[in-house]
Design a protein around this ligand. Structure first.
Ligand code: 13P
Ligand code: ZN
Length: 267
């Protein structure tokens, strides 16, 4: 057994990532290699584990991740399928270590697999959230069918409109996603422009839509990030079901009903 596998806390975190990868696949949100995950695991590794020899050369980053020096992340691999991350997280993802100056990273376990093409954007978000003092650990990107469908409707490409619509479909949505959703107009996947536009939206929201592409959630806990996206997608499904049931323009809960939730749950 390698040094990494002896770390029970790390293995537990990896199994939670695998659990979520399985949900993404069974939900139908992870066609082929759709979606990617990165989780900061630095705090659950001891000094010896953190300094294990790299199995790759240093891979340069386009921008210095000044807040992430020596941090270690589990990251899904590019082109890897969530359904296989679920059963073999270390054959479909890697542990990477950021260089002390934040200018590059190296792979430290377990196989030399290239991280997700969205790595620059994930790291930029981790870096930004650290910089503003958040204890953020997770960036989760996936392709939820119903939510993506809504971003094809121009009417919903407005943060306030889509947030109000989804909040008003079930009370839980208002409670679980209190900061609502940000919208990023279509950008080429994997680009730094997409990352920068997402960071702008993360200033006000925890969850961001990428028009006609997918959704991105950040947070401290991977299960919580999944649950937030799941709740939003459920609201989208209820919106569609309400329309199918004959209601052309479901108005959802009233402003008063939504405001009462804010008071009742101290949001
Ligand atoms: P990767 O396979 O490189 O993670 O890309 C999947 C994806 O969803 C890109 O947005
Ligand atoms: Zn994607």
């Amino acid at each position: 057994m390698g040094i990494i596998e002896k770390n029970k806390a790390l293995m537990k975190e990896i199994s939670r990532i695998a659990e979520v990868a399985g949900y993404l696949w069974t939900k139908g949100w992870a066609e082929r290699n759709g979606g990617n995950i990165s989780v900061n695991v630095t705090d659950i590794m001891n000094e010896k584990e953190k300094s294990i020899p790299a199995i790759s050369k240093a891979i340069p980053l386009q921008e210095a991740m000044t807040e992430l020096g020596e941090n270690i992340f589990y990251v899904t691999g590019t082109g890897k399928r969530m359904r296989y991350v679920a059963c073999n997280p270390f054959e479909n993802g890697v542990l990477i270590r950021i260089a002390p100056d934040g200018n590059s990273y190296e792979i430290i376990a377990e196989q030399c697999i290239l991280p997700t093409s969205e790595l620059p954007s994930h790291l930029m978000m981790h870096n930004y959230l650290r910089k503003i003092g958040k204890n953020n650990r997770v960036v989760l990107h996936t392709h939820p069918t119903d939510l993506i469908g809504m971003t094809h409707n121009k009417h919903f490409l407005n943060s306030q409109v889509i947030t109000r619509t989804l909040w008003s479909m079930i009370p839980e949505c208002r409670i679980i996603i209190p900061k609502g959703l940000g919208i990023v107009p279509y950008e080429i996947p994997g680009t730094l422009d997409l990352a920068r536009a997402t960071i702008e939206q993360l200033k006000e929201h925890d969850i961001v839509f990428w028009e006609k592409h997918g959704i991105l959630a950040v947070g401290e806990d991977i299960i919580e990030c999944f649950d937030a996206i799941d709740t939003l997608n459920k609201s989208a499904q209820i919106y569609f079901c309400a329309r199918l049931s004959g209601c052309d323009n479901p108005s959802g809960m009233t402003d008063k009903q939504l405001d009462d939730l804010v008071e009742a749950f101290g949001l």
